[in-house]
Write a new protein. Structure first.
Length: 139
């Protein structure tokens, strides 16, 4: 069953794709450039935050339409999506992304540029995968 307001969900999915593509453009950047250029650092931090936040928001919409319940927290969103076979693998990676998103929300100044870059390089494929799974679900 698709959510009642599928248009909103499709818009969120388009936004997620845009954030993923934006991050992908910086996949090969070196950490030195991120450290020296605070605008790039802030851009990447905020874009990663938006990507993960949108991923979780879409997941919450799907869960609400299927189960008529609201997950307790972000890791619960991922666990329910895995139980419902919408997230097919790498559950722990998505939970870690959700936890990282929460830490970005408090103060991005405390984010280690090396960790930010590692997440972009190593977890962008996870964001691409969940985007595909969401798209399959909606289509």
């Amino acid at each position: 069953m698709l959510p009642e307001n599928t248009d909103v969900l499709i818009t969120k999915l388009e936004n997620l794709e845009e954030y993923i593509n934006d991050l992908d453009e910086y996949r090969e950047i070196d950490s030195e450039k991120i450290v020296k250029d605070k605008l790039i650092f802030r851009y990447l931090t905020r874009t990663l935050y938006l990507a993960v936040d949108t991923m979780l928001d879409i997941g919450c919409c799907i869960i609400s339409s299927e189960r008529q319940e609201n997950p307790g927290d972000n890791s619960q969103i991922i666990k329910i999506l895995t139980e419902d076979n919408i997230v097919k693998k790498n559950e722990d990676n998505y939970i870690k992304l959700a936890e990282f998103r929460d830490s970005i929300g408090y103060d991005s100044k405390d984010i280690d540029p090396e960790i930010l870059l590692m997440i972009i390089k190593e977890n962008l494929s996870d964001l691409k995968a969940i985007f595909r799974w969401y798209k399959e679900y909606i289509d």
